[in-house]
Design a protein around this ligand. Structure first.
Ligand SMILES: [Zn+2]
Length: 223
């Protein structure tokens, strides 16, 4: 890797550096062994720039280049992968029934997922998932439970959850709590994170998708 100590580009020194693998390609999301193209190790104690490696990698699967950024601690002994650029967001795959049932949920969920995939906006993802969840629960109450639309729209999310069937309430209460944790300064439910929140949302989505199919069948039978 090229190392220009204190950003002095007149002295280009080659420094061997070992870093952990990036895992999946940020563009095609496949786990491949990328080819090392080139790398630059930059840092400057004079300018307070922490020692950072920018490594250009070639993905044999999508045949694109990307840059992996590593920050070093303790000289060159310890490194941590900070980010990979550029990156593509994995498309969100919900079935057509759900897209028709709650287009706003699908739309906001996709935005949250996109925020999650970038280190610049990762901190906003939880707020997005919490908002998406609110649309999903309210649409569920309005369309499946046939509750009054005007009332539900104005009702706070906690009260909406109390109107769900008993078996759905626990999973939804847990989701709302975790969603609130993502929104507020003080995190109450330590030990749980964004992945748990997404898992709970997935569970509700699966329930709603099944309910949509049940309602479709009911409509056909009662024709
Ligand atoms: Zn790739």
């Amino acid at each position: 890797m090229h190392y220009n100590s204190n950003l002095n580009f007149e002295f280009d020194k080659i420094e061997p550096v070992t870093v952990e693998e990036v895992g999946a390609c940020p563009l095609c999301h496949k786990a491949t062994s990328p080819t090392f193209i080139n790398g630059y190790l930059i840092g400057s104690s004079e300018n307070a720039i922490p020692l950072t490696a920018y490594i250009i990698l070639y993905c044999p699967s999508c045949r694109e280049l990307y840059i992996a950024t590593y920050r070093f601690y303790n000289g060159l002994d310890q490194s941590i992968l900070i980010d990979c650029h550029p990156h593509n967001t994995l498309p969100v795959s919900f079935n057509d029934n759900l897209k028709l049932f709650s287009p706003e949920f699908v739309n906001i969920y996709a935005q949250a997922k996109s925020a999650e995939s970038s280190s610049d906006t990762k901190g906003l993802a939880g707020i997005g998932y919490r908002k998406a969840l609110e649309y999903l629960i309210k649409d569920y109450l309005i369309q499946i439970k046939k509750q009054d639309k005007k009332t539900i729209i104005q009702m706070d999310l906690g009260r909406c959850v109390n109107m769900l069937d008993a078996e759905l309430q626990n999973i939804e209460k847990a989701s709302v709590w975790l969603g609130n944790d993502e929104t507020h300064y003080y995190k109450k439910n330590d030990g749980y994170d964004l992945n748990d929140l997404k898992e709970f949302i997935d569970c509700l989505v699966a329930d709603i998708e099944r309910e949509c199919v049940r309602q479709k069948a009911k409509k056909l039978v009662n024709k």
